[in-house]
Design a binder for this molecule. Sequence first.
Ligand code: F6P
Length: 327
Amino acid sequence: MKQKIAILCSGGDVSGMNPALKRFVEYAYARDLQPYFVHNGFEGLIDNNITPADYHDVAGIITRGGTKIGSARSKRFMEESFRAVAADNLKSRGIDRLIVLGGDGSFRGMERFYAETGIAFCGIPSTIDNDINGTDYCLGVDTALGVIKNAIDQIRDTASSFRRAFVIETMGRNCGYLALVSAITSGAEVCLIPEIPININDYKGCFQSQISKGRDYFIAIVSEALQNSAEISLWFEKELGIESRVSVLGHIQRGGNPSVYDRLMAYRFVTYAIDALLEGKSHSVICYTKSHFTFKTIDEVALHPYKIDEELLTLGREQFAPSHCQM
Ligand code: F6P
């Protein structure tokens, strides 16, 4: 009888989940395991939506964003009685190892599940927000940054043609990582994120001077965390007299053809996760820090909030400080 292993996706989907599913099936068979898919996250665990996985299931999915097996945010899994149902559904099939692609909330849920049931798991950090403490990289971030880059480059075409200010809002929940990296790499004039407090009024004199010398459009990248895109847009109109538009990029940031980097990271994360579970690691998260994979406890990952790397923040502060604005 083969040993069994399952995989599920939890929380916001990311491009990279499908490449991870493909590697999961192929490497499970290579390690003589029977792979299973749990559909629609922890909801599928509770609803017994668990199916054996085959090579055919993952054929051709490496190019697709999202996740073929669905994802969900499950409130029910927070309740012990539903976790007991979920455990029965796994145990009745002889599945005692689980890989979870998700965020720190999902890993916290799995930690409880492991304590109650002994079902081992390995978490793979997966969120476009890149906001999980203990890992430098979360699956899906590179693809999301690519989508944002393309969107900003295209918006620049119309911004320059129409001499407008564009306030472009990126996702990230409470974290400014996507906005910061995108602003630095797209040549934006403004970057507003919670981690670098800036008063937009402090740009006024410099931007007026730039306008007098011929600048006729602006790109401002604003994190959704600040919830002030409309306000910033109004500021450009009122204070600088330049027509302005808000463009909320929204859920396009979660989709798209997975980048090479995300395909490679999916492959590596899953390989390490399966190896770790076979070696007896029972409740850890695989993190990628300083170009190395390490296994961390749930507390190391979920007890502290994520902080953007200080070096990156320093670059952002230097680039976008109103005092550094070139008249
Ligand atoms: O966590 C990923 C994320 O896309 C965040 O950036 C965003 O705030 C949130 O999910 C959106 O959630 P929903 O898909 O429920 O609208």
